[in-house]
Design a protein around this ligand. Structure first.
Ligand SMILES: *Cc1c(COP(=O)(O)O)cnc(C)c1O
Ligand code: SF4
Length: 433
């Protein structure tokens, strides 16, 4: 299958676009100035149900929607478009709006590792055992999710871009940090890289012969957005050989697949691609944010986890949509998130209960909502860290005042009249370093 990209420039050539109303087309045109927009022929022809496009989860996942901007931002952008403003003016208007959308959340700038006094700007080491690596050539995706918090990387705000060419720097860092067992290669989507580039990174890592490095993880949405990466792309076979090389070396390859909706698991292409990847010895784990308008239903999640298990995939994370971009549109309250998680979890067997969530990645760490309960007359959220900035914070239950409207950690207050959460003083000190 030949890969055909559609963006704001050429999407009107999509044959099925004739089914989209004039009003919706205009919204796409306006919003696409601010939020990233890219889709492809697989998504368009095999995933989207065009007869029902307005409520179609995959259409909403790729095509900008009016509600993704506030009415004020939408009309500002629309005015500039209608006035026939030049490119520079359109860009300035869009950048102004983007800066108001919290493009750089969760204190990521505090996790940049250093090796021999030099900053590794394309890497993050926030939790003890796992290091993140953002290869510079994997900073795009086969299509763009409209909810994505990495959108500053795709829209020309280059100064914020995490990118790095030197795997050798990563290796040097890994040598000095024997506590690291996992290297997570992420993006964008590292699977947009040509096999030859991916092979450079992987081969050097394997040749470095780091005994403490057990698992190479690859975070990717390619199975959902372009399964032909593993079937018919010219270097598909080479990619699978690279995966096999990892397994053969005695390390494990964990393919962290991003799926947002059960429909993404239903095509013949994705099912074949999953088989091919699993045949290399790789394990596939899955993760997704919980998104209003796309998958905010217990039935959808239970169905997704069941389908995943049926295909040999291991459910891993349910995330709460983070506080950036179009959060008003996609956001689900913490209460509702827990309710959906609980109802979905209780509908699946233990095999699918490997999933952890609903979780939030925020400055102090990755938090999970364990439940909502009442303790001595006070209604509370029960929380725990899955991963803490201090690793010792993990799985210690703590409590926040129940707030039905809370969407994110920042909205929560400690319960029982406490001044602060147990980790706050220590966190403040860590952030000063
Ligand atoms: C989730 C995450 C990891 C990996 O944590 P695991 O519990 O090992 O899956 C690493 N770094 C960051 C920044 C993360 O958010
Ligand atoms: S595939 Fe991942 S990085 Fe790419 S747009 Fe979607 S969420 Fe963002």
């Amino acid at each position: 299958m030949k890969y055909q990209i559609y963006t704001a420039r050429n999407y009107r050539q999509i044959p099925q676009i004739s089914q989209v109303s004039q009003e919706d087309l205009r919204s796409i045109d306006v919003v696409a100035h601010v939020l990233p927009f890219k889709t492809n022929n697989y998504v368009v022809n095999e995933l989207i149900d065009w007869d029902n496009y307005q409520n179609d989860p995959i259409f909403i996942l790729n095509f900008p929607q009016k509600g993704m901007l506030s009415p004020e931002h939408f009309s500002k952008m629309a005015q500039a478009v209608d006035a026939g403003a030049d490119t520079a003016t359109l860009r300035k208007t869009a950048d102004k709006i983007r800066h108001q959308l919290n493009p750089h959340p969760a204190g990521q700038s505090h996790n940049v590792p250093e090796v021999n006094g030099e900053k590794l700007t394309g890497a993050q080491h926030k939790y003890n055992e796992t290091m993140l690596f953002f290869p510079s050539q994997g900073q795009t995706c086969h299509a763009y999710c409209t909810f994505c918090f990495r959108w500053p990387q795709f829209t020309g705000m280059d100064n914020m871009k995490f990118a790095m060419k030197e795997i050798d720097n990563v290796i040097a860092y890994l040598r000095q940090h024997e506590e690291i067992t996992d290297l997570l290669i992420t993006g964008g989507d590292p699977m947009v890289m040509k096999a030859s580039v991916l092979d450079t990174y992987i081969s050097r890592l394997l040749e470095a012969d780091l005994a403490h490095l057990q698992t190479i993880r690859i975070g990717s949405k390619s199975l959902a957005f372009w399964p032909y990466r593993y079937l018919s792309d010219p270097d598909a076979e080479e990619v699978l050989q690279i995966f096999k090389k990892v397994s053969d070396s005695g390390k494990s390859l964990a393919f962290m697949a991003h799926f947002n909706h059960p429909r993404e698991l239903e095509t013949e292409a994705v099912q074949k691609a999953i088989k091919k990847i699993r045949a290399t010895g790789a394990q596939i784990r899955t993760q997704s944010p919980l998104l209003n308008h796309i998958n905010a239903s217990a039935q959808v999640w239970a169905d997704m986890w069941k389908k995943q298990v049926g295909l040999g995939l291991i459910p891993y994370y349910m995330f709460i949509a983070r506080d950036t971009g179009a959060q008003e549109y996609f956001g689900v309250s913490l209460h509702r998130a827990w309710d959906i998680f609980q109802r979905a979890y209780t509908r699946v067997s233990g095999i699918a209960r490997t999933v952890r969530g609903p979780s939030m990645s925020c400055t102090p760490g990755k938090l999970r909502i364990c439940g909502i309960t009442e303790i001595q007359g006070e209604k509370v959220f029960v929380l725990e860290f899955i991963q803490g900035r201090n690793s010792q914070w993990a799985i210690r239950p703590f409590f926040a005042k129940y707030d039905p409207k809370a969407l994110w950690m920042d909205d929560l207050q400690p319960a029982f009249g406490k001044e602060e959460f147990f980790f706050e003083t220590e966190l403040a000190e860590m952030l000063l370093e």
